[in-house]
Structure formats: structure tokens, C-alpha cells
Design a protein around this ligand. Structure first.
Ligand SMILES: NC(=O)c1ccc[n+]([C@@H]2O[C@H](COP(=O)([O-])OP(=O)(O)OC[C@H]3O[C@@H](n4cnc5c(N)ncnc54)[C@H](O)[C@@H]3O)[C@@H](O)[C@H]2O)c1
Length: 457
């Protein structure tokens, strides 16, 4: 039996023997205390002057990322892969128009990414494919000696999360999650303020995604996209990283604290039936099928250090789009990015000791921006998601060019993405608590907090 398999069998037996929190029947448990403390090998951090990229999946998201990458210095897009040949050709043209040589094209079917990953002249493989391909493509890249970067979520199962961690450690390669929300201006501004101690001790945080995203689940003729296909019978939060990522950074998750366990609830599934009845009639499969999905998924996470996190995914019902929910409550301050409110004890106005007054977070972002925003705002603005897409890619390339650790590493990718399976298991079992595996195997205790850095040049 391989080492990873041996470890998983050991975990299963340990928990089956009755340790720790209860988990649902048939679940695949993992427990921090039970994991052997072998330190993960270091990633090979030798600086790469010119980062040679292979890109897999140039659909809506991937083609946008390619355009942003081409604005960053010190990289070359050497190869492009998509099952649709036209998309590969379009991307080749875009790359050539930017002044780079024509990248090699790969479109010989579902697994042609493997042939691309085996090329010798690549340093990094970026994946923007449908969800279930993120793990196989990233693992193929790392096994072929390339760094990997994947769109969100990194994996859809706990097993997939472990595969990424194990491939990264075995091959000494980075596996970066391209979580662009961590680069939102207000999110980074709050991180900077947290680090300066303005909130005191972070105690609780909340986040939520609030928009009718059924367009992403359904095709024009009422079929399912990859997202709808995965979500339709999933009772958990299928898209947690946009929300949990910023909170995890504010709370030093995997860098001084870590997720301990969660409890989740799934609301009823009405949305696809109502949508089908309204637009396709009563006989359409969307109208008639009984789906198990959570129209609204909620969960609570407790950290090992006793902090709490609340997440809500509200993306299936008819609603007016609202900003992401991002809130942090600390011992000496509170921020509500959704309503642009911030209150810092001793700094913000207060009528008396009980009645603090809200200030504008936007003003803080202007007056004390995160150094990365201070340095790169002009370049970032205009790229997707308010500039966050550019900064997310900039940092990826910068970390490889300077040989410094990426901000969102494989352990973050795994801990944030594990929420998908853990919320499903909990919601199916009357909110039974589900333990997070310690993907860092104890390193969270000594890992330093994320540095607050500007751009290098
Ligand atoms: N971070 C963000 O803000 C954000 C926004 C949108 C999408 N995304 C993520 O980006 C990813 C892609 O989403 P999308 O909306 O671009 O989907 P999409 O369907 O438009 O694009 C996926 C592409 O992958 C290609 N593909 C499918 N199977 C393949 C295979 N075996 N080999 C190579 N290529 C293959 C498809 O042909 C398509 O071009 C998803 O993981 C999604 O969650 C992230």
C-alpha cells in the first residue's frame, strides 16, 4: 500500500474505533490528532525568471485569465489545451497578437492535457476547466514536474483535496488556488488593518455569495452545465472558496489557527422546479424531477482556537444581486464590507462608551490601502472583479519569479475546498459535526502569518 493510502486506512480505523466527533455513516473521516506528524517536504522555490505556462480550459473564465496574464511581465504562454479546437485556435491568436510566439495547441480529447503536461518546456499549468477536472489536471501537472494553479474550487471532495496535497508534497511543486476574492480591494484593506491590530483579536467572521446564479447551472434549453450537474443533488455549499478565502486569511487559518469542525444545514430544493415550470412547462425534466440540492446552504465553522465562521451560499433563488457578505467581529472593532461600514474602538467616533458610530470602509481603503493595491491599482483596475483578477495572477507569477511562497497554497486550497463535502455530509445527517482534516499535518501551529507586501517591481 502506498504511504498516502496507508495513512488514510490508519485514519479510518482510528476514527472507527470511536475517537473525536461523530461523523455520518459511510463518511471518510480524518482527524488532526490521528495524522502522523511527518513534515511535508519543501516546495522547490528556485526563482524562475521567465515563467512558461500551459493553460487548460479556455472557456469563459479561462479566456479572460489568458488576456490578463498577457499583461504581466516575465511569462510566456507556451501551450493551450481545450477539448474544443476552435477555442484553442482563438487563444493562440490572442497570444500571438500580444507579441508572443504561437503557443502549441492540444485538443485531442478529454485527456489531452496529459500530453501537454508532459512537455519539458513548461513551468506552470493553469486550469480553468469544469470543476471535476481541477484535481486530475493539477495532479497530472505536478506529477510531470510543473507547478499547478487552479480555478476555484480546487477539489470537490476531501479525497480530491488530499490528492492535491500529496502530489504537491511528493513532487515539491506548488498548487495555488486562484481565489480572486482574496484580492478584492476592501478584503485586502481589512487584512492590512487586522494585521495592524485594529480589530484586536478576530472572534467571528461571516461571508456569503448572494446572486441568482442559475444561469451558470443551466443551459439555454434547460439542460445542465457542469455546475448544475454537480449541484443538483448536492446538499452542501458547492462554491465556498469565494467566501471563506478572505475570512481564512483574516483569521490566520493554517498560519496559527485552523478549521476544526463544521455543522451545516441545507434548505429545500425548489428553484430548478420553479424555473422549469415557468420557462419550459410542466413536462420538462426541470419541472418534474425531485432534486436534493440545497437552494440555500448555511454552515458554521469552529476553529481550533475557538473562533467561529458563518457561511451562506444563496445562488439559486430569484433575487436581486447583492454584494458579497464579508463581516469580521474582533474584540475592538467590526467591519461590514457589504454595507461599507467599519467601527474601530478608540479611532472611530462614539457618542459614549456604548454607542460607536460607523465610518466608511471605502475611506479606509483610500487612505490606508493594502500595499499591493497602493502599488498596482492603476494596472489592476479594468481587469475582472474590480481589479482582483489581475492581482491574483500577478501574485502567482511573482511568487514563481521570486521564489517566494504563494499566498494561497495547497493547504489553503484543500481546507477551503473540503467545505464542499463536509457541508454535504453534515446537512444529510441532521447537521452532525464534521471534522476538518489537518491537511498541514501540524504545520499550522508554526507557519508564519501571511506577509503584507506591496509589488516587487
Ligand atoms: N474566480 C472566478 O471569479 C470565476 C468565475 C467564473 C468561473 N470560475 C471557474 O472557472 C472554471 C471554468 O468556468 P467557466 O465558466 O469558464 O466554464 P466554461 O464551460 O466556459 O469553460 C470551461 C472550458 O473547459 C473546457 N474543457 C472541458 N473539458 C475539458 C478537458 N477535458 N480538457 C480541456 N478542456 C476542457 C471547455 O471546452 C471549456 O472551454 C470553473 O472552475 C469555475 O468555477 C471562476
Amino acid at each position: 500500500m502506498s504511504e498516502p493510502l496507508r495513512r488514510r486506512a490508519f485514519l479510518k480505523n482510528t476514527i472507527a474505533a470511536g475517537t473525536g466527533l461523530a461523523v455520518g455513516a459511510g463518511s471518510r473521516p480524518a482527524d488532526a490528532a490521528a495524522v502522523p506528524q511527518d513534515p511535508p517536504p519543501q516546495v522547490d522555490a528556485a526563482p524562475i525568471d521567465n515563467v512558461r505556462i500551459g493553460f487548460v480550459g479556455v472557456g469563459r473564465r479561462g479566456s479572460g485569465l489568458v488576456r490578463q496574464l498577457l499583461r504581466i511581465q516575465g511569462l510566456e504562454i507556451r501551450a493551450v489545451c481545450d477539448i474544443v479546437e476552435d477555442k484553442v485556435q482563438r487563444t493562440q491568436q490572442v497570444v500571438q497578437q500580444s507579441g508572443q510566439p504561437k503557443p502549441a495547441g492540444y485538443s485531442r480529447g478529454e485527456t489531452d492535457y496529459r500530453r501537454m503536461c508532459d512537455r519539458e518546456d513548461l513551468d506552470l499549468v493553469i486550469t480553468a476547466t469544469p470543476w471535476l477536472l481541477h484535481v486530475p489536471v493539477s495532479v497530472a501537472a505536478m506529477n510531470a514536474g510543473k507547478h499547478a494553479a487552479t480555478e476555484v474550487p480546487a477539489a470537490m471532495t476531501v479525497e480530491g483535496c488530499w490528492k492535491l496535497v500529496e502530489a504537491s508534497e511528493k513532487n515539491h511543486r506548488h498548487c495555488v488556488l486562484l481565489e480572486n476574492t482574496c484580492y478584492f480591494r476592501e478584503v485586502m484593506c481589512v487584512l492590512n488593518l487586522v494585521r495592524q491590530g485594529f480589530f484586536g483579536e478576530p472572534m467571528h467572521a461571516e461571508a456569503g455569495y448572494q446572486k441568482d446564479a442559475r444561469f451558470y447551472d443551466l443551459t439555454a434549453d434547460g439542460g445542465f452545465t457542469f455546475a448544475g450537474d454537480f449541484s443538483k443533488n448536492h446538499k452542501g455549499n458547492v462554491y465556498p472558496t469565494h467566501d471563506v478565502g478572505p475570512l481564512a486569511q483574516w483569521m490566520d487559518i493554517n498560519r496559527g489557527d485552523r478549521f476544526d469542525y463544521l455543522v451545516a444545514m441545507a434548505g429545500n430544493a425548489r428553484s430548478f422546479n420553479l424555473y422549469g415550470q415557468k420557462y419550459y412547462g410542466p413536462d420538462h425534466h426541470l419541472s418534474k424531477t425531485k432534486f436534493e440540492m440545497a437552494d440555500i446552504s448555511t454552515c458554521l465553522i469552529q476553529t481550533v482556537k475557538g473562533r467561529t465562521i458563518y457561511l451562506i451560499l444563496d445562488t439559486h433563488l430569484s433575487r436581486a444581486k447583492a454584494r458579497h457578505i464579508y463581516r469580521l467581529m474582533g474584540t475592538t472593532g467590526v467591519v461590514d464590507a457589504t454595507t461599507d461600514g467599519i467601527y474601530l474602538e478608540g479611532k472611530s467616533p462614539s457618542k459614549d462608551r456604548w454607542h460607536g458610530q460607523w465610518e466608511s470602509l471605502e475611506e479606509y481603503c483610500r487612505e490606508s490601502p493594502h500595499p499591493l493595491w497602493r502599488d498596482l491599482e492603476t494596472k489592476a483596475i479594468g481587469s475582472g472583479h474590480g481589479g482582483a483578477d489581475y492581482l491574483c495572477l500577478y501574485r502567482l507569477i511573482e511568487s514563481l519569479r521570486t521564489g517566494t511562497p504563494p499566498e494561497i497554497d495547497v493547504y489553503d486550497a484543500a481546507a477551503w475546498s473540503a467545505i464542499i463535502e463536509l457541508t454535504d455530509r453534515s446537512a444529510r445527517n441532521r447537521s452532525l459535526p464534521q471534522e476538518f482534516p489537518d491537511f498541514t499535518r501540524g504545520k499550522w501551529k508554526t507557519n508564519p502569518p501571511l506577509p503584507i507586501r506591496g509589488a516587487f517591481g
